[in-house]
Design a protein around this ligand. Sequence first.
Ligand code: HEM
Length: 442
Amino acid sequence: LHDSGTRAKLFTVRSALWSLSKAGDPGARLMSLQPGESPYPVYAAVRARGELVRSKLGVHLTGSHPLCQEALRDPRFGVAPISELTRIDFDRHAGGRRRYVQPVDDSFLSLNPPEHTRLRKLVAPWFTPRALRARTELVERTVARELDELARRPRFDAVTDFAVRVAISTITGLLGVRTVDHDRFVWWGMTLAGTLNGVRTMGEVRETRAVLGELEAFFDELIAHRRRHPGDDVVSRLVECEADGRPLERKDLLATAQLLFVAGFETMVNLVANAIVTLLDGNGGNGDGDDGGNGGGGNTVRHRLAADPQLAEDVVEEVLRLDSPVQYVARVAREPVELGGHRLRPGSTVVLLLGAANRDPSVFAEPDRFDPGRPNSREHLAFSAGAHFCLGAGLARLQATTMLRELFRRFPALASAGPVTRRPSRNIRGVIHLPVAVRAPS
Ligand code: HEM
């Protein structure tokens, strides 16, 4: 791939998107969102046009909760890589067929049954309720250790100094990583999460290639180590699978380990960060101030949270719904199928706007309001549904609940101490920096 060719394609794509977006095309409007910009007004516009709408980018989009659920559960739809929209830009408007970078495209997240089932089964034992109970104490200890450190400081960054550190400890422990270089992991996670948007600049193309190279070398080394010194961790188990008659190819081993790292780290951090932003926000609870507000719900709840730690579970569910870390996934029709009154041909792609489905007024009353403990709080699609339902949902809930409960128990007067830096991403909704003070400023 020549850099000048890439540059020209990036330029063509950007111009095409701009004109389509100006003309009101829903797909182009979504793709033209500025990094970190609230997507909710675009979702409302998509919903106003119908349950399932067609974009000139060559895809259908839906923000309807029932339709998203239907497509996710229907085996006639297969997975389309999360990068599908990006590839469509390139394919339709720049004539390119090149897959730039997509770290999870080779993993079981991007496979259909029966390959999907075979690989998912191998790692599923680490995510059963029993396995989670065994991990609870470790998560609690990790959170307590990080909070002990933070208690010495008047201010800290709730993302980089807290959520990231707990999430990295958990996922590396699960994978059997020996030495953890936090800064490096953060850089990998940030860069790879950025690719879920599609790469837009030459700098991003180069950086992503560099990270993918490092990640592969890192996991190759880990796999070699665990082959010699097996432990009670996912990578050791995957290596064993290779040894006991059902050989796992290197590419599957590598892709599975990378998937767990990528899927289990960024989304996790963003959930906790979105929750803290919501809880500290006295003006609206959505952290944006652009969704109509909810009468300062976040601020009130956070005071109750210190007294009622069980409330943390409700907060986690409600933040998953209101500000989902993964905003959309894509599916492709594998055979002729009808969805929302439209006949879709095989190969048709549907972008399922999970973040919009989670605010569908036909399912959630007053959907823009932060309302922990709402009766149907678990009906959200933040963890997707069907065959690809998030394998780490239980672990995510455990970590997020423990982090929020303990953070606000230790620091009941926690207050915002500076501007929130939103993640420059459309698909991954989250925060990069969140400065907080342990005591409210007097
Ligand atoms: C799949 C969200 C945390 C591991 C998914 C999918 C979503 C998601 C939406 C499905 C994508 C699709 O349908 O195409 C989230 C969110 C999380 C989170 C919002 C945190 C708040 C985790 C954690 C782990 C994890 C902590 C593991 C340590 C996975 C795996 C898949 C997956 C392995 C692929 C499942 C499959 O394809 O069968 N996640 N996730 N996730 N997630 Fe999560």
